[in-house]
Design a binder for this molecule. Structure first.
Ligand code: 4FL
Length: 223
C-alpha cells in the first residue's frame, strides 16, 4: 500500500512513525509520503489561503497549490480521498473495502474553513468523515483512516494483535477480556475462562458479545 498525504502540516504525522506502524514502516510493508501543499504555491509569499467569496468568517485553501500537489502524485490507480465532515462516516467495513480495492491512496487534509469546492469537483473521488464533530483540520481524521486501513495490510499486525475476535470484525463488540492475576481487588476472572472447556468458553464469548453490543451499541444489532 502506498499512501500520499497532502497537508500544510506534515509534522503532525509523526505519531504514525511509532509503535506498530513505525515497525511496519521500517520493514517497508507500506509507503508513506508526506507532501507539503505550501511547497506547490506559485505565490511569491507561498500563500495558500484566501478570503471566501460571498463573505463569511475565515479563510479557504486556494485551488492552485492543492491542484498542483494532487497532480504531482496522481496515477492511473490512485484513489483521492478528502477528509471532510460532509463525507460518509467511516466504518470498519468501508476500511476493509478500501484496503482491498486500492493500492494507492492520496489523502487531502483541509485546514482553515476547508478547500475550494472546485478541487472536490475536479480531483476528489471520495469524501470521508470520521464522526459528527468539527476539528481544526483534516490531519487527525487522515491519521485515523491511515491507521485503520494499514491494519489490513499483510504482516502489519504482529503477534501482539489479532483481527479475529476484535470489535466490529463481525459487526459486534468484543467480549470482556481478562489477564493475570486471577483475583484483583477481590474481583475474580469469570470461572468458565479458566475451566479449560473450550466449547463452554466459545459459548460464553458469543453470549458476552451479544450482551455487550446490546448494552453499549444497540444500533449495531438492528443493522
Ligand atoms: C474531517 C471532521 C473528517 C471529521 C475540520 C476539518 C473533519 C474536519 N471528519 N474537521 N476536517
Amino acid at each position: 500500500m502506498k499512501i500520499d498525504i497532502l497537508t500544510l502540516f506534515p509534522e503532525m504525522f509523526e505519531p504514525l512513525k511509532s509503535s506498530i506502524l513505525g515497525r511496519a514502516l521500517e520493514k517497508n510493508l507500506f509507503e508513506l509520503n508526506l507532501i507539503d501543499i505550501r511547497e506547490f504555491s506559485l505565490d511569491k509569499h507561498k500563500k495558500v489561503d484566501d478570503y471566501i467569496f460571498g463573505g463569511g468568517d475565515g479563510m479557504l485553501m486556494t485551488p492552485q497549490p492543492l491542484y498542483d500537489a494532487i497532480m504531482s502524485v496522481k496515477t492511473d490507480d490512485s484513489h483521492v480521498i478528502y477528509m471532510s465532515p460532509k463525507g460518509n462516516v467511516l466504518t470498519q467495513s468501508r476500511v476493509k473495502n478500501i484496503s482491498d480495492q486500492y493500492n494507492h491512496l492520496i489523502i487531502v487534509c483541509g485546514h482553515y474553513e476547508g478547500i475550494d469546492q472546485r478541487i472536490i469537483d475536479l480531483c476528489v473521488d471520495e469524501e470521508i468523515s470520521i464522526g459528527d464533530y468539527v476539528l481544526t483540520g483534516g490531519e487527525l481524521p487522515a491519521m485515523v483512516l491511515v491507521d485503520s486501513v494499514l491494519r489490513y495490510v499483510p504482516q502489519v499486525l504482529g503477534s501482539e494483535t489479532s483481527m479475529v475476535d476484535e470489535s466490529f470484525s463481525d459487526g459486534m463488540l468484543e467480549y470482556p477480556q481478562y489477564t493475570r492475576p486471577r483475583v484483583f481487588m477481590g474481583m475474580e476472572v469469570p470461572e468458565v475462562l479458566i475451566s479449560g472447556n473450550h466449547a463452554e468458553i466459545a459459548k460464553w464469548k458469543e453470549k458476552q458479545k451479544l450482551s455487550e453490543t446490546q448494552k453499549h451499541r444497540p444500533d449495531l444489532i438492528k443493522k
